[in-house]
Design a binder for this molecule. Structure first.
Ligand code: BES
Ligand code: ZN
Ligand code: ZN
Length: 502
């Protein structure tokens, strides 16, 4: 997609589709309050073109509501699309990101592949540019990769109109928005692949390709190295599969960055989770191809970090394997010794994510990580707690968590904090080993998993993202296609880059 900032008056913009935003400015909370619709522009020709239709009941400027006008008078554009952002008093750049995405998907569905967008005047120029570019690029992704009747509806160009002369801040906002959103789509493209086309080996190859393209160091290790490192927890999961595991290590080491901090990104890369001998039911087992979403999130974040170039060291560790039942598979009750030396009673082979992460987190610390973040489709329990709206976030450190809340303010992704504290420790106590890989009870399953991970981060500041309920969208939304959501990518990038700000 060609992205451009265009210093043109809206009336003079020659385009297939001109997009403008509208809000409801009625501040009354009464249910029957009549919307007071206002276009978020002072441009008189756009106002004139829309004037006929905004007085009636056809359009209420609700969030992501659309209204299309053909051959708008007084404009060079072939069509004018008005997109609602809801109550203007509450509208944020995140509402604008969705509204821009809605416009892009509206256009794509109608075979319109070039858009020109007029930013709303009530946001800062850089906030608008970021939100519009991210929204349109994220909206451009579709998951129908293997349909032979697939039509290419990808967007050819996005122009954002600027009234202020082009400036460095605006250009940077556009460039970074493209890096971040394209990296989110990159993660989605990895997650979307079925397990026969996304084995641990292939995931490792894709990471190596990204590293070569954007100038990162990358090593992909096999089972021999896992044995050498004594990664008993990771190996225990991998031993049931005929596909070799991959330990993916990526490094971003900018010249001139101080030795510390070292930011460690760790991802769960289960390319297919059958549950192992604690086999999952057949119903929707196919979705377990997305059990490597956390790993894809971290590879994608490295892809962005390599281009944004923050002044901070970042390493990434992804533990990739299948979780399969077989004659070689680990069995319920088996005890594995993790790389850290801790012994683990494996009561349920389906709680495999925490096992591979135990060794991934420990290894990241051994490689020098001083601040850790991990992403994983870890527990069904997180969606029992939070539904499919918020992802779970856990942390053992207020400063690292504070940095994460700042990251989320920028990314607009939805996370909700859940507890990870020592009162829950008895849930993972084993009688035969140091810890067990499932809670003693079913209650608080997402926290029990977090407590397990905490054993391996010890005192290192750490943020744990449980994205099991949010990494896959079952239905289209106006601004994003169904399939892999790419949740976490934007927040992890912001979190890591935040440590590079002086
Ligand atoms: N990959 C699953 C978690 C999951 C569930 C992801 C649904 C996406 C959607 C994980 O490995 C798992 O199976 N967890 C078990 C843990 C249990 C055995 C303690 C779960 O949540 O049921
Ligand atoms: Zn599992
Ligand atoms: Zn899993």
């Amino acid at each position: 997609m060609i992205l451009e900032l265009r210093g043109s008056a809206p009336s003079a913009a020659e385009t297939e589709l001109l997009v403008v935003f509208a809000a409801d400015q009625n501040t009354s909370k009464a249910k029957d309050a009549k919307p007071e619709i206002a276009l978020l522009t002072s441009d008189s020709s756009v106002k004139q073109a829309a004037s006929g239709v905004l007085g009636g009941d056809e359009f209420k400027a609700k969030a992501n509501e659309t209204l299309l006008l053909h051959r708008p008078q007084a404009l060079e554009a072939a069509r004018l699309l008005i997109v609602g952002v809801g109550k203007s008093a509450k509208a944020t750049p995140h509402d604008l990101r969705k509204a821009a995405g809605t416009a892009a998907r509206f256009a794509k569905a109608r075979g319109i592949r070039s858009l020109t967008v007029l930013p709303p005047e009530n946001f800062s120029q850089t906030d608008s540019i970021r939100a519009i570019a991210e929204g349109a690029i994220i909206a451009d992704f579709d998951s129908d990769t293997y349909r032979t009747d697939r039509r290419d509806t990808s967007l050819a160009s996005l122009a954002i109109l600027t009234s202020q002369p082009a400036n460095a801040a605006a250009e940077t906002a556009l460039r970074e928005a493209a890096i971040v959103a394209e990296s989110q789509n990159f993660a989605r493209s990895l997650i979307n692949e079925p397990s026969n086309r996304m084995t641990p080996t292939i995931l490792g190859q894709r990471a190596a390709e990204v590293a070569a393209e954007f100038g990162l160091q990358c090593e992909v290790h096999g089972a021999d190295k896992l044995r050498e490192l004594k990664m008993g927890a990771f190996l225990g999961v991998a031993q049931g599969s005929d596909e070799p595991p991959a330990l993916i290590v990526m490094r971003y080491e900018p010249a001139g960055a101080s030795a510390q901090p070292v930011i460690g990104l760790v991802g769960k890369g289960i390319t297919f989770d059958t549950g192992g001998l604690s086999l999952k039911p057949a119903d929707s087992m196919e979705k377990m191809k997305y059990d490597m979403a956390g790993g894809a999130t971290m590879i994608a974040a490295m892809r962005a970090i390599a281009q944004i170039k923050p002044s901070v060291r970042v390493i990434c560790v992804v533990c990739a394997t299948e979780n399969m039942p077989s004659g070689k598979a680990q069995k319920p009750g088996d005890v594995q010794i993790a790389m850290s030396g801790k012994s683990i009673e494996v009561l349920n082979t389906d709680a495999e994510g925490r096992l591979v992460l135990a060794d991934g987190l420990h290894y990241a610390r051994q490689l020098g990580a001083t601040h850790l973040i991990n992403a994983a489709t870890l527990t069904g329990a997180v969606s029992i707690a939070l539904g499919q709206v918020n992802a779970g976030v856990f942390s053992n450190d207020e400063a690292a968590y504070g940095q994460f809340t700042k990251a989320v303010e920028k990314s607009g992704e939805k996370f909700w904090r859940l507890p990870v504290e020592d009162d829950y420790r008895d849930q993972i106590q084993s009688s035969i080993a140091d810890i067990r890989n499932t809670g003693l009870t079913r209650y608080g399953g997402a926290t029990n998993a977090a407590m397990f991970l905490k054993e391996f981060v010890e005192d290192t500041p750490w943020v744990h993202l449980d994205i099991a309920g949010t990494a896959w969208l079952d239905a289209d939304k106006p601004w994003i296609a169904r399939g892999p959501s790419g949740i976490g990518v934007r927040s992890v990038i912001e979190w890591a880059c935040g440590y590079g700000e002086k």
